[in-house]
Design a protein around this ligand. Structure first.
Ligand SMILES: Nc1ncnc2c1ncn2[C@@H]1O[C@H](COP(=O)(O)OP(=O)(O)OP(=O)(O)O)[C@@H](O)[C@H]1O
Ligand SMILES: [Mg+2]
Length: 512
C-alpha cells in the first residue's frame, strides 16, 4: 500500500509571547555581532583608505583626523566620508547557513602621511589635537601663514592658510548669514598683516570700511601684527568731505563704458556712437572736445547737444560720482598710493553708479596689467558685478572684464577673490577658473553637488558636510590649503562695517 503525497506543514504563526522571544534573541545576536565590529582601515594604493567601525562606539567623524596602525608605523589620515552600511553576517548561535543583517559605519579617507604603503585591517582611532598639531608642524606652509581660526575637528590647532596660494583665483560661497563677509574680512586682515600683497575691495554693502579700525579690547600678538595696517587702508566713499571721495571722470572710462552709460549701442546707434567717440577722442593728450556729459550740452560741436540731452534724460547728470576736479579713483587704481583700497560701492546713490564704478575698476586693472603688480581683487556679492546673466550693458561689460581677468589675469598678477550665496548666480567662466574654495554653510544639496563637479579635487564627502555647517564654519581647499579641511573662523581684529541688524524685536515680551 502506498501512502499519498504529504503536504509540508504550514509554519505555525508565532503567538505574541513567542514572537517577542524570537525577536529579542535575534536582536541580541545582531547587537553582539555589531558591537564586535572593530575599527579597521585598509588601503590598496597607500593614498586612500576604506574603513569600518561599529555604530555602537563610533568616535570617527567626517572630516576628522585619524591615526592608523601601530605606534611605530602609525600615520595620520583624514576621514572624507562616513555613512551607515550593512552586511550579512553569520554567527555560531545561528542555524547553519543562516545569517543576520547587521549595520555598521563604513567610510573612506585620505592618508596625510606615509603615502605609498598599502595596508590591510590596521586599527584606526581618532587623532588627538596634539597629534594633528604635530602633523601641522611637520608640514608648515611654504609662504607666510594666515591664521584664520582653528581646525573645526581638532580644537585648538590653528587653521593656517598658505598666503602663497592666493596667486590663484578664489571662490567663496555660502548661504546668506553663513558668515562670508565676516570671514572674508578676517582673511583680508591676515593678508594685510602678514603679506605685502596689494588688495582692492569692491564693497557693495560698506562691509569693509572698518578694515583700518582696530576693535576695542583687541590686544596681544595679533593686535601687534595688525598695528601697521590701519595706515595702509584707504576707503573711497561717496562723500565730498571724505579723505578719498569716490569720484570718476567720464573721460577716464573706456569707450564701451562711455557709450553704455549713454545707452548707446555701437550697431543700432552707430551715428551717435561714432560722434561720441569723436568728441572724446585724444583725451590722453587733453585735446578732447568734451571731457564729461555735462559739457555735451554746452558744446557747439555737431551732435554734442543731442548726446547731452540723451544723458540728461537718462538722469546721468544727477549722478554724484562725476567730478572733473576731485582726484579720480581710476588714478588710484592705475598708480596706487595705498596698499589696500576699499571701494565703498554701498555709499553710492544709485545701482547704475555702483555698476559703473565696478566696471571702471576692473577695466582699469586689466588695462594696467602689463605693470605686473600683484593685486588681490576682492568682489563681495559677486553675483551683482559678474552675474551669470547680465541685465544691463554696464554690468555686461563688468562681467566680461571679470571673465577676462579670471581667464588671463593670473599671469599678470591679478588674483580674483569672489564671494556669493549661490554658485549659479556668478558667471560660470569666473567660477570655473577658481582654484581655491572657501565653502560655508549651504542649504542646497544640488548647489553643493554642482560645486563638487567644479572643484573635483575636493573629496565629495567633505563637500557634502557643508549642509550641516553652523555660522563661521567653512571648508577650505585649494592651493591655500592643499589638504582640504573644515575650519572654525576666529575673531576679527578690525571693525565690521555692516553687521546684521540686532534681533531685539524678538525679545520675549515682559508681562505688565
Ligand atoms: N565667525 C563669526 N563670529 C561671530 N560673528 C559672526 C561670525 N560669522 C558671522 N558673524 C555674524 O553673523 C552675521 C552674518 O554674517 P555675514 O554678514 O558675514 O554673513 P554673509 O554670509 O556675508 O551673509 P550675506 O550673504 O547675507 O551677505 C553678521 O552680523 C556677523 O557679524
Ligand atoms: Mg555678506
Amino acid at each position: 500500500m502506498t501512502s499519498g503525497p504529504t503536504t509540508p506543514a504550514e509554519p505555525r504563526p508565532l503567538s505574541g509571547s513567542d514572537l517577542g522571544e524570537v525577536l529579542s534573541e535575534y536582536r541580541s545576536i545582531r547587537e553582539g555581532i555589531e558591537r564586535s565590529i572593530l575599527p579597521l582601515a585598509t588601503s590598496v594604493d597607500g593614498v586612500t583608505f576604506d574603513l569600518q567601525s561599529s555604530l555602537y562606539h563610533l568616535d570617527l567623524t567626517r572630516g576628522g583626523y585619524v591615526v592608523i596602525g601601530a605606534t611605530d608605523e602609525a600615520r595620520l589620515g583624514q576621514v572624507t566620508d562616513l555613512r551607515v552600511g550593512s552586511i550579512d553576517a553569520s554567527e555560531g548561535a545561528l542555524a547553519p547557513g543562516a545569517s543576520v543583517h547587521v549595520q555598521l559605519a563604513q567610510g573612506s579617507g585620505l592618508l596625510l602621511e606615509g603615502e605609498g604603503r598599502p595596508f590591510h585591517a590596521e586599527a584606526v582611532r581618532p587623532a588627538t589635537s596634539e597629534e594633528v598639531a604635530a602633523w601641522c608642524a611637520r608640514n608648515p606652509t611654504r609662504y607666510a601663514g594666515l591664521d584664520v581660526g582653528e581646525l573645526l575637528l581638532a580644537p585648538g590647532v590653528p587653521a593656517t592658510l598658505d598666503s602663497g596660494g592666493l596667486d590663484r583665483h578664489t571662490f567663496m560661497c555660502g548661504q546668506s548669514g553663513s558668515g562670508k563677509t565676516y570671514s572674508l574680512g578676517l582673511l583680508l586682515e591676515r593678508v594685510l598683516a602678514e603679506t605685502t600683497l596689494r588688495v582692492i575691495i569692491l564693497d557693495p554693502n560698506s562691509d569693509y570700511v572698518g578694515l583700518g579700525d582696530i576693535r576695542e579690547g583687541v590686544d596681544g600678538a595679533l593686535a601687534e601684527r595688525y598695528a601697521s595696517v590701519p595706515t595702509q587702508v584707504d576707503v573711497w566713499r561717496n562723500d565730498p568731505e571724505a579723505t578719498h571721495p569716490l569720484r570718476l571722470r567720464f573721460a577716464d572710462l573706456d569707450r564701451a563704458a562711455q557709450a553704455a552709460v549713454l545707452g548707446l549701442d555701437p550697431i543700432r546707434d552707430r551715428d551717435e556712437y561714432a560722434r561720441l567717440a569723436e568728441l572724446l577722442a585724444h583725451r590722453e593728450e587733453g585735446k578732447a572736445l568734451v571731457s564729461g556729459p555735462s559739457e555735451l550740452l554746452e558744446s557747439d560741436a555737431p551732435g554734442a547737444r543731442d548726446l547731452g540731452l540723451r544723458a540728461m534724460n537718462l538722469g546721468v547728470f544727477d549722478w554724484s560720482v562725476w567730478s572733473p576736479d576731485l582726484p579720480s579713483l581710476i588714478d588710484e587704481i592705475r598708480r596706487p598710493s595705498a596698499r589696500c583700497t576699499v571701494v565703498d560701492l554701498g555709499s553710492l546713490d544709485t545701482p547704475q553708479e555702483q555698476r559703473l564704478v565696478a566696471q571702471a575698476v576692473l577695466s582699469t586693472l586689466w588695462e594696467s596689467r602689463l605693470s605686473r603688480e600683484p593685486c588681490l581683487v576682492v568682489i563681495d556679492e559677486a553675483h551683482n558685478i559678474c552675474p551669470a546673466e547680465a541685465l544691463d550693458p554696464v554690468t555686461l561689460l563688468a562681467a566680461e572684464k571679470a571673465v577676462q581677468i579670471a581667464a588671463e589675469g593670473r599671469k599678470y598678477g591679478l588674483y580674483l577673490l569672489t564671494s556669493t550665496q549661490r554658485p549659479h548666480k556668478v558667471h560660470e567662466n569666473v567660477v570655473s577658473q577658481c582654484d581655491n574654495l572657501l565653502l560655508m554653510r549651504m542649504n542646497s544639496r544640488a548647489d553643493v553637488a554642482d560645486l563638487s563637479r567644479v572643484f573635483s579635487f575636493v573629496p565629495e564627502g567633505l563637500m557634502a558636510g557643508a549642509t550641516s555647517f553652523r555660522q563661521g564654519q567653512a571648508l577650505v581647499a585649494g592651493k591655500v590649503m592643499p589638504r582640504a579641511t573644515y575650519v572654525k573662523m576666529g575673531a576679527r581684529v578690525s571693525e565690521e562695517g555692516g553687521a546684521d541688524v540686532p534681533r531685539t524685536w524678538a525679545a520675549p515680551r515682559e508681562e505688565a
